[in-house]
Design a protein around this ligand. Structure first.
Ligand SMILES: [Zn+2]
Ligand SMILES: [Zn+2]
Length: 751
């Protein structure tokens, strides 16, 4: 008996460790390595029958939703064990229901009494059967005894339910918090406890330990698939560098911006994709009319109404032109990782002024509080992805706080995630009539706090002036006027402008105006701007870096934090370049490569040893044009391209449109299936529920289509060359980050 049990356990462990051989590999989140984890984590995304160790009975669910224990394994219900977080699960049965401890109002107390009586009778009546099947239970006498105990106990337990313990076991079609179970302990006796009631599962029988025995016949838990086969590259290049590309600017938690109700959807939900990407009407209204920001953002979008159903049809969203629906569901992220994404800078994002303007709110508008909500979300996302992969550290998604840690993560084949911030008033450092809302002392306190919380990249200035300096004036005259209003509201003063005195800024009439960011759009909708002051000639923000801003940049460098320079006004940005160059640290242009490239900013960024990434919001051919321009600039500045690398700065989730389909797809489509740039993974069209995504039709509708976009680049003239630079960008980021760390003065660098 003991030997048999151990075999079961060993089998479970082996199965959990072997990605492609797992019974439900279609849904599984294969771990990037074969490390072992505790037994409680290894149930993830697999099929089991559950044997109650107190009685020897197996869980069985009935069509009516009641739960029983039966003695024959063949009568047991197979459960798909879907993790809700590390060590927590839902039991998903073949009728797609969830084992729950429901309230008495939902399930009659008598039902539990029936369950317990049935068990008692079953166990008592099966002495002979059990005698002949020693594999199932070793001692028939013991079973009879247990049966008698159960019958005696059942009255007590059901009485307790009637008197107000208030909950009983049942299968529910819709999960609630009582559908979640925490599992701990050793493999042959995993303890199962409800997270709401803190009661052990069937603890009424004297024990809540279960043995989970691998089974077949489960109904798969609904999930989005990656539609990719193969194991992506890990290890090092022959020259010791890492391989892969960097996403230098994106927002996993964009849905939390502006009070949490403007966008819709989450990168994961403990009860699965139907909850993460369900119906958006709670935020967008019954016909989606409240997402009309999408229309203003992208005039090609059509009428504001959209089908509110996400999973499983995804008829109208997500889309490349929309900004109000979550585009980084974790399985889409996973597909991007399989396509070579190895480093991701996730900016926690907030804008108090626009949050106050948007009428629907779920959270407070304080920027630093919003940012903390998003940080917690990313921590939970890492936990959730680990849980799907079978244990702590096994998921592809790893939050890192140093370049050395990031390098280890990437070499092990996982994706390093760097946390940054992009908001108007970092550390609440706004200004009103040029009086700062913060002090050197408060900055010091907050730097300490947020460094400890893992922030390693910071935008000192965003869209409105703040205590550190002036914002970059937009190139578009109408937008310039609108931002002036926002600036007036937040700071009490309009922009102060001076004419451009050189080629630092492009002329307004040269600016592209085809797409707008969501910030622009909300301002258009909710502000009533005064008559637009026509911008005559080139103007730039007269506010440079303030003395407090000067101090802040130095302290960021002292802390070893990346300075993000996009959005900073010309004068302030030039001052940041001066400081960075004097201190020997690179600066960053993570998502406005094209804008930087049109100005002398690119020269300055590259001269600090910094990195420039393009916002890939246009077709693959346009992306290649950007890389060619960057190559020419490198040759002009350095006479070579040895240090040339460039990432993607998608700004996905609320801030910018993504790439539309190429104009010539009819004659020159991307062909499916295609291979990843490393040649190791074969990608088919991505399928989300009933929706099939095709880059040729859908553009980059969600984050899982970046491998498709990269393949589309590869097949264009100069595409191979462009990807050579792109796939150096993870290494380039690490080398430059190490330089930022070396300039650090305090606190001492760990690791
Ligand atoms: Zn919607
Ligand atoms: Zn952004």
């Amino acid at each position: 008996m003991r030997t048999r049990n151990l075999l079961f356990i060993a089998c479970a462990i082996v199965v959990a460790g072997c990605g492609s051989e797992r019974p439900n590999s279609r849904n599984s989140d294969a771990a990037p390595s074969m490390r072992t984890a505790e037994p409680r984590y290894q149930l993830a995304n697999q099929c089991f029958i559950a044997r109650h160790q107190g009685t020897g009975g197996y869980l069985q669910t009935s069509p009516s939703g009641s739960v029983s224990l039966v003695m024959k394994p063949a009568d047991a219900t197979p459960f798909f064990m879907k993790p809700t977080r590390l060590g927590h699960y839902v039991f998903f049965d073949t009728k797609e229901r969830f084992l729950s401890q429901t309230s008495a109002a939902e399930v009659p107390a008598s039902q539990l009494e029936n369950i317990l009586k049935q068990l008692g009778q079953t166990v008592e009546g099966l002495g002979d059967f059990i005698d002949l099947n020693a594999d199932v239970h070793p001692v028939a006498d013991g079973v009879d005894q247990v049966g008698e105990q159960v019958t005696a106990q059942s009255l007590v337990v059901s009485g307790a339910v009637r008197e107000g313990a208030g909950r009983s076991l049942a299968m529910q079609a819709k999960p609630d918090d009582s559908s979640e179970w925490r599992i701990s302990g050793a493999a042959d006796a995993l303890d199962v406890v409800n997270v709401v009631t803190e009661q052990g599962l069937l603890a009424e029988f004297g024990a809540s330990q279960f043995r989970f025995i691998p089974a077949t016949g489960c109904t798969d838990f609904p999930e989005i698939s990656v539609n990719a086969q193969g194991e992506p590259f890990k290890g090092r290049n022959p020259d010791g560098t890492v391989f892969g590309y960097a996403e230098t600017h994106m927002h996993l938690g964009g849905h939390e911006m502006f009070g949490g109700r403007l966008g819709y959807g989450k990168p994961f939900h403990k009860f699965g994709v139907a909850h993460a990407l369900g119906r958006c009407e709670e935020n967008h209204g019954p016909t989606g009319e409240l997402a009309l920001v999408d229309v203003v953002v992208n005039p090609n979008q059509g009428p504001p109404q959209h089908d509110v159903v996400g999973w499983p049809t995804f008829k109208d969203w997500p889309s490349y032109g929309g900004q109000t629906h979550q585009q980084t569901y974790y399985m889409w992220l996973k597909r991007a990782w399989m396509g070579g994404l190895r480093l991701m800078v996730n900016h926690l994002v907030a804008n108090e002024g626009l949050c106050l303007l948007w009428p629907l709110k779920g959270t407070d508008c304080n920027e630093m509080e919003t940012i903390e909500v998003q940080r917690q979300l990313v921590l939970s996302l890492q936990d959730y992805i680990d849980a799907q992969a079978g244990g702590p550290g096994l998921g592809f998604f790893r939050i890192v706080t140093s370049s050395a840690e990031a390098r280890r993560v990437i070499e092990s084949g996982q994706m390093a995630v760097v946390l940054g911030t992009e908001n108007e008033k970092i550390f609440d450092c706004g200004e009103f009539l040029d009086r700062p809302d913060c002090t050197e002392a408060s900055i010091e306190r907050d730097l300490n706090t947020w460094y400890e919380r893992g922030i390693r990249a910071i935008f000192p200035i965003h869209l409105v002036d703040n205590a550190f300096g002036g914002t970059r004036l937009t190139d578009e005259p109408a937008m310039n006027a609108l931002y002036s209003v926002a600036n007036l509201v937040e700071t009490g003063h309009p922009y102060a402008t001076v004419p451009c005195d050189g080629p630092d800024n492009i002329q307004p009439n040269e600016a592209q105006v085809e797409s707008r960011s969501i910030f622009d759009t909300i301002l258009l909708m909710f502000t009533n701007p005064p008559p637009v002051q026509p911008v005559t000639g080139c103007q730039r923000n007269a506010r440079g870096l303030t003395p407090l801003g000067d101090h802040f940049i130095h302290r960021l460098i002292d802390y070893g934090i990346w300075v993000e320079t996009d959005h900073t006004g010309t004068l302030a940005r030039n001052r940041i370049f001066d400081i960075a160059q004097a201190r020997g640290v690179p600066v960053f242009s993570g998502h406005t490569g094209e804008v930087s490239a049109k100005t002398k900013d690119s020269d300055r960024i590259l001269q600090t040893g910094g990195l420039i990434s393009q916002l890939p919001d246009s077709t693959s051919t346009d992306f290649i044009t950007f890389v060619n321009d960057l190559e020419a600039l490198h040759l002009k500045l350095f006479g070579n391209t040895r240090e040339l690398a460039t990432g993607m700065g998608s700004d996905i989730n609320g801030l910018h449109i993504q790439a539309r389909p190429r104009e010539d797809v009819a004659t020159k489509p991307l062909k499916y299936p295609f291979k990843s740039y490393d040649g190791r993974v074969v990608f088919d069209k991505q399928v989300s529920g009933q929706r099939v995504y095709d880059l040729n039709v859908d553009g980059v509708a969600h984050y899982g289509l970046f491998p498709d976009y990269l393949a589309d680049i590869q097949m264009q003239p100069d595409g191979e060359k462009a990807l050579k630079y792109v796939f150096r960008s993870a290494e380039a980021y690490l080398q430059r980050w190490a330089k930022v760390e070396r300039a650090r003065k305090q606190p001492p660098l760990k690791n």
